[in-house]
Design a protein around this ligand. Structure first.
Ligand code: F6P
Length: 544
């Protein structure tokens, strides 16, 4: 790594933005639009089947220029090249970061330690597709000869959220005869309720875990294993009802899964960036190889756009920079992602891990505490439900909440006028948030007294709008890659390591200590603080 010479906030490019913020912070979108009739067409772009309108952001041309200058000043171009060419940019774990290799549809060589990873990537993809076909066609039989009707993914975090999100988003493309489910929580309710109606003879579990040691996943896997073995009365049934996705052949073998039924991926694939790897096995089974490959093509199209487009016309770069503008200059704490599509109902959940596990860090690459805010809180729900829940705060609350609105021109379910109403709501919200409703318009409606203030909308709430013709495997891939790269851009600017996740370790270690104390025969020595001791004691006394 080339150590950054200057602190981010001391850089002239940063200082130029501080100055620009001082000059423009009061500008209103109403005026910006009035002054420039071409604003929306100038501040829009298309890439990989996605259309982005970023004109409803609190920026003028000069701000955009200065934001792009910041990207140049922090060496973003070099950082992109380093990641795409397999340099070990995940320095704290000494790993390359090559999720882009998983969807490298041009098959150009990508080297890790001098070795091209593409032949292995292609071989695993082929194996996944072949296996998925066997399950979908009924050729893969359970231990007692029945075809598989339930495919159950057991994984957590990146080994759950990406495939789950994509399976839900692409349900119209799935084989509806196959019941695809996901178990993640260590709460027994999740496994119990999932298998309640299932016939073990027709059920296949995909144990998805990069490490194959994650407590939640291994606990759920052991319970599922017992469920199968108890039902069949035969240990050897495991071979036909379990497959594994992991980087660790040893752990998979130790669990009792035949290595032939293991789908490999590699250390250079981060958990939250792994849905295009074998971690997508359940998804391939659900939507079929052809659709999975179309999704990879969408990812790849966005990867190429990110790697090649100039920054001022680069979708992930612009979205990343706009996020910096609000996070670091306007002090916005959160960022909402609001898809106007019911099938996208787990998209924000996936982005939460992607963004918050990547950029939720206060230590910079030199090991110093940063003096500026890093990753925002990501949240969101599908429209229109959010409108009747939390949009009040976005419109009239005291906090700035930049938001991404995501919509599709064609519905997956052409029923009456539902889709026109859905899209009318999405477009209207971005208009209302940007332009608000001035007091004079409220008065003109005959409103008097204090009600005028209550019914006034300041507006000037920033939004991006992303539109695609249709939610399909390709656009979902492009959309997901767009956010992956946006997160990367921001991590580079904040000078933090986006591909490790040390912050999740402490809780894991303490949980295993406390578990031993909960289950100890003898009352354990109460060695924690008084609150933790009290909770532990109370639970020990009352647990069944
Ligand atoms: O929450 C920490 C984490 O390591 C995530 O980064 C990862 O996606 C998840 O746990 C699951 O890990 P594994 O795939 O090794 O079970």
């Amino acid at each position: 790594m080339i150590a950054r010479k200057e602190k981010l906030t001391d850089m002239p490019a940063w200082q130029a933005l501080v100055e620009q913020y001082g000059k423009t912070k009061e500008s209103h979108l109403r005026d910006l639009f009035e002054q420039d009739p071409e604003r929306s067409s100038r501040m829009s772009l298309e890439a990989a089947g996605l259309f982005l309108d970023y004109s409803k952001n609190r920026v003028d041309d000069e701000t955009l220029l200065r934001l792009v200058a910041l990207a140049d000043a922090v060496g973003l171009r070099q950082a992109i090249e380093d990641m795409f060419s397999g340099k070990p940019v995940n320095e704290t774990e000494g790993r390359s970061v090559l999720h882009v290799a998983l969807r490298n549809r041009s098959n150009t060589p990508i080297l890790v330690n001098g070795e091209d990873v593409m032949p292995d990537v292609s071989a695993v993809l082929e194996k996944m597709c072949g296996f998925a076909e066997q399950v979908r066609s009924g050729e893969w039989k359970g231990h007692r000869g029945k075809p598989i009707r339930n495919v159950v993914n057991i994984g957590i975090g990146g080994s759950d959220l990406g495939p789950l999100m994509a399976y839900e988003a692409l349900k119209p493309y799935s084989d509806r005869n196959l019941n695809v489910r996901f178990i993640s929580n260590v709460d027994a309710t999740h496994v119990a309720e999932t298998v309640r109606e299932m016939d073990p003879d027709e059920t296949l579990f995909v144990i998805a875990s990069k490490t194959f040691t994650t407590q939640e996943t291994m606990t759920n896997a052991a319970t599922a294993r017992k469920w199968i073995v108890d039902a069949m009365g035969d240990e050897s049934a495991v071979a036909r009802h379990f497959v594994a996705v992991s980087t660790s052949a040893n752990e998979v073998r130790a669990f009792g899964i035949d290595e032939a039924n293991m789908f490999e991926f590699w250390e250079w694939v981060g958990g939250r960036y792994s849905m295009c790897s074998a971690i997508g096995l359940t998804l391939v089974a659900g939507i079929g190889p052809e659709n999975f490959i179309k999704m990879l093509e969408g990812f790849h199209a966005m990867d190429r756009h990110f790697a090649e487009a100039p920054f001022e016309a680069n979708m992930p770069v612009l979205m990343g920079l706009l996020g910096i503008w609000y996070n670091n200059f306007f002090d916005a704490q959160t960022h909402a992602v609001l898809p106007y599509d019911q099938y996208m109902h787990r998209f924000a959940a996936h982005l939460q891990q992607l963004d918050m596990e990547s950029n939720g860090k206060y230590i910079d690459k030199q090991g110093d505490r940063v003096s500026y805010h890093t990753g925002p809180i990501i949240w969101g729900e599908p429209g229109t439900n959010g409108q009747h829940a939390f949009y009040q705060l976005i419109h009239q609350g005291t906090k700035m909440i930049p938001a991404d609105f995501i919509g599709f021109c064609e519905s997956q379910n052409q029923l009456g006028d539902h889709h026109d109403k859905l899209m009318a709501n999405m477009i209207a919200q971005t208009e209302a948030l940007a332009f608000g409703k001035p007091a004079k318009d409220v008065e003109a409606e005959g409103v008097t007294g204090t009600l005028i203030a209550h019914k006034t909308f300041e507006g000037n709430r920033p939004t991006n709008t992303i539109m695609a013709d249709r939610l399909n495997p390709f656009t979902l891939g492009a959309l997901t890659a767009l956010y992956e790269h946006k997160v990367f851009v921001q991590g580079v600017i904040w000078n933090i390591f986006s591909f490790d996740q040390w912050g999740v370790q402490l809780g894991k270690v303490l949980a295993s200590k406390i578990l031993a104390e909960i289950t100890a025969e003898q009352e354990p020595a109460m060695i924690h603080d008084s609150s933790t001791n009290q909770l532990l004691k109370r639970y020990r006394a009352k647990r069944k």
